[in-house]
Write a protein that binds this ligand. Structure first.
Ligand code: SF4
Ligand code: SF4
Length: 164
């Protein structure tokens, strides 16, 4: 049985007060492309409902519905009649999942790639060669050393290693 966690609910509200405007009309879920393709298994309205109720165990532990399925396309935000900033709220939830080391595997490997290369999906030699052939400019990424400083200061470097 889910437990109401008032502290977590207040934390979400403090992060984004628009949560309190939701009246559960489901317009967000009706327009969400991920909800459509998953036949409603992914349901942004339900995530918002769980946040209103402070159901941290559902949002972070069991992830039902899974906030990581959101593609951040912002369609729900555009459609919401109450101007609830769903994706901002999902970001806080995902941050709490990250802290609890409850992220999809791909997230950790992408984080590791950012740590090592400055980009989430490193460019292969084949891509670089093709770009050269097409006359496209050389790819410039952010300084890996600077990124490492930011990641260290924000504990990202430590937390990206799952299970440690
Ligand atoms: S569209 Fe807005 S008000 Fe309606 S359920 Fe979704 S978040 Fe709540
Ligand atoms: S931002 Fe996420 S929840 Fe909103 S419509 Fe797009 S995929 Fe769905």
């Amino acid at each position: 049985m889910s437990v109401i966690n008032f502290e977590f609910r207040n934390e979400v509200l403090k992060h984004n007060a628009s949560l309190s405007y939701c009246y559960q009309c489901s317009t967000c879920s009706g327009g969400c492309p991920v909800a459509l393709i998953t036949n409603g298994v992914y349901n942004p309205r339900k995530i918002i409902e769980e946040a209103i109720l402070g159901l941290k165990d559902k949002l972070v532990e069991t992830q039902d519905p899974n906030p990581w399925l959101c593609s951040t396309c912002q369609k729900c935000v555009e459609l919401c009649p109450q101007k609830v900033e769903l994706t901002e709220i999902f970001t806080l939830i995902k941050n709490r999942c990250f802290e609890a080391k409850k992220c999809p595997e791909a997230f950790y490997s992408q984080g590791q790639a950012v740590l090592e290369n400055g980009v989430a999906i490193p460019y292969s030699n084949a891509i670089i060669a093709r770009r050269k052939k097409l006359g496209l400019p050389e790819i410039k990424t952010a300084s890996v050393d600077e990124l490492k400083v930011i990641m260290k200061e924000t504990n990202f470097e430590k937390n990206i290693k799952k299970g440690e």
